[in-house]
Ligand binder design. Structure first.
Ligand SMILES: [Zn+2]
Length: 182
């Protein structure tokens, strides 16, 4: 396995459309290695999720996991989830504002409105169909990661940049907790 280089905002790959993975290629060695490397990279940088375009690969693959993450100390846990060719449909018009950060926008946080309930369809790393209804924080992370597959970053979704803050200032003024790593 390998830790991959993460593209930062400004790299054109973050603004391009990712291609669907043909179902017959999901279980291929190359796809499985990419998934393993994405998981290792997400863990290395304490991401809640990572999308393939963030590691310079324009394929519709995301990985998500939240388990005692120092970047999101108060977030509820999400088991390791691999999404291939995900499709997200809002099931409500209700949106909720919440803090987000992104490994491609290092050391920043901002308040982002997201649908509170979405239907997620796609495939897992074994090629099995996924169809789940996701709510709250899980729904937020899914929307953030699948946005990356369409060349969208969380800044594009913000309604008000007055909450955009560097991480150290976020800790100091918005949360009142001590310094943490990004
Ligand atoms: Zn991101």
């Amino acid at each position: 396995m390998a830790i991959l280089k993460v593209a930062r905002l400004g790299h054109p790959v973050l603004r391009q459309l990712a291609e669907p993975v043909p179902l017959g290629e999901i279980r291929s060695k190359d796809t499985q290695r990419l998934i393993d490397d994405m998981i290792e990279t997400m863990h290395e940088y304490n991401g809640a999720g990572l999308a393939a375009p963030q590691v310079h690969v324009l394929k519709q693959i995301c990985v998500i996991e939240v388990d005692g993450n120092p970047r999101y100390p108060d977030a509820p846990g999400i088991p390791l989830t691999v999404l291939i060719n995900p499709r997200v449909t809002p099931l409500t018009e209700e949106m909720e504002e919440g803090w987000e950060g992104c490994l491609s926008v290092p050391d920043m946080r901002g308040m982002v409105p997201r649908y509170t309930t979405v239907r997620l369809e796609g495939h897992d790393r074994d090629g099995e169909r996924i169809e789940v209804v996701a709510k709250e924080f899980f729904a937020r992370v899914i929307q953030h990661e699948t946005d990356h597959l369409h060349g969208t970053v969380y800044l594009d979704r913000m309604r008000d940049f007055s909450t955009l803050t560097h991480l150290a200032e976020w800790n100091k003024y918005w949360l009142g907790v001590s310094e943490q790593e990004d």
